[in-house]
Design a protein around this ligand. Structure first.
Ligand SMILES: [Mn+2]
Length: 344
């Protein structure tokens, strides 16, 4: 479907200070989309800054623009608030609710800037933005942003006009959100990949930089999780793992190290739903990650039982309880989750 970029074009051409914002615990799609947008704007001679609520994984550091390094709100909240207040356009990427920025919701609402959303999650807060690009029929925010950029008048459908660093960031976001083409892949996803590779993106190089870059201790932690922590619940076609702060210390855990763990139990034939429960570093809450095989909709599980949401086959949320109480809570949720919700 053709994307109407007229309003976006006029917002951007008038803008002097643009701020790009990603979500808390930023993943490849969050970092990919904010940095892709930054490089696109830079090529247009626009001044922009990127704010992320919390630090990104080290493996994505190469995407951080040297000229205007990403501002991490947790490290410099005052500067983040100042930038949000002073912006005339706020471009929010890869989140559906302002609460996903953790610290900046009120500041974003209070800012007089025009607010633009580019996102692929279910049920975005449409009324809080002046302009929204939102669909769930793409692999990632980066795929949607690729479509938007391609439809901008200066690019005019020619991927050759997308700056190379922008193209690389877009590829990384798509590659990580699809788990390297294994889930959430649409025909348009392959079209995007094909056009970006033709543009000059080094697919193998990015794969090695982002996916094959972990420490030895991370790979050992993954083995420990499968061998010692995975619990399979055959009666529910489900499996789960708990990751405690003690284990994180033991395995020298770095942000991003548990990326992909939640997908592992889905390799078991009869497991349709997989959950990873991770203790937050300061013990304030348990981070919930949920994945499912195709007909099963874990978004409904995340929304009803885990204070969250996301996508049909990949959702997240939070629990406010000690880690020891999580197994009983998860089993209770699985028992109460109706088939109607499960296959909705
Ligand atoms: Mn995403």
């Amino acid at each position: 479907m053709p994307i109407d970029t007229a309003q976006f074009e006029s917002l951007l051409s008038d803008a002097r200070d643009i701020v790009l914002i990603g979500h808390f615990n930023p993943d490849g799609d969050a970092v990919g989309s904010v940095t892709a947008a930054w490089h696109y704007l830079k090529a247009r001679g626009k001044r922009a800054r990127i704010i992320l609520p919390s630090p990104h994984p080290e493996s994505l550091a190469f995407l951080d623009p040297e000229e205007a390094p990403i501002l991490v709100c947790e490290r410099d909240p005052q500067e983040a608030r100042r930038l949000v207040a002073a912006a005339d356009v706020l471009l929010c990427l890869d989140f559906n609710r302002l609460a996903r920025t953790e610290y900046l919701e009120d500041d974003i609402l209070a800012s007089s800037a025009k607010k633009v959303l580019v996102d692929h999650h279910i049920a975005a807060e449409l009324d809080r933005f002046d302009l929204v690009f939102s669909t769930t029929k793409v692999s990632s925010t980066c795929e949607l942003l690729f479509d938007v950029i391609l439809a901008m008048p200066d690019v005019a459908g020619d991927p050759g006009r997308i700056p190379l660093p922008c193209a690389e960031s877009l590829y990384v976001g798509m590659m990580t959100d699809t788990n390297n083409f294994s889930n959430s892949v649409f025909p348009g996803t392959f079209e995007m990949a094909s056009k970006l590779i033709a543009r000059g993106v080094d697919k193998d190089g990015l794969q090695d930089k982002v996916l094959n870059c972990y420490s030895e201790s991370r790979t050992r932690l993954m083995g420990h999780m499968i061998q010692d922590k995975m619990v399979v619940l055959p009666q529910y076609g489900a499996a789960y793992m708990l990751l405690s702060n003690r284990e994180k210390d033991l395995y020298d855990f770095k942000p991003g190290d548990s990326e992909g763990f939640v997908n592992l139990p889905l390799a078991i034939r009869d497991v349709q739903v997989s959950a990873l429960f991770t203790e937050n570093f300061d013990g304030r809450y348990i981070r919930v990650s949920l994945r499912s095989k195709s007909p099963v909709n874990v978004n409904s599980l995340a929304v009803r039982f885990f204070n969250g949401g996301g996508h049909r086959n990949a959702s997240g949320g939070r629990l406010y309880m000690p880690l020891e109480e999580v197994p009983a809570c998860f089993e209770k949720a699985l028992a109460a989750w109706t088939d109607e919700e499960k296959f909705s």
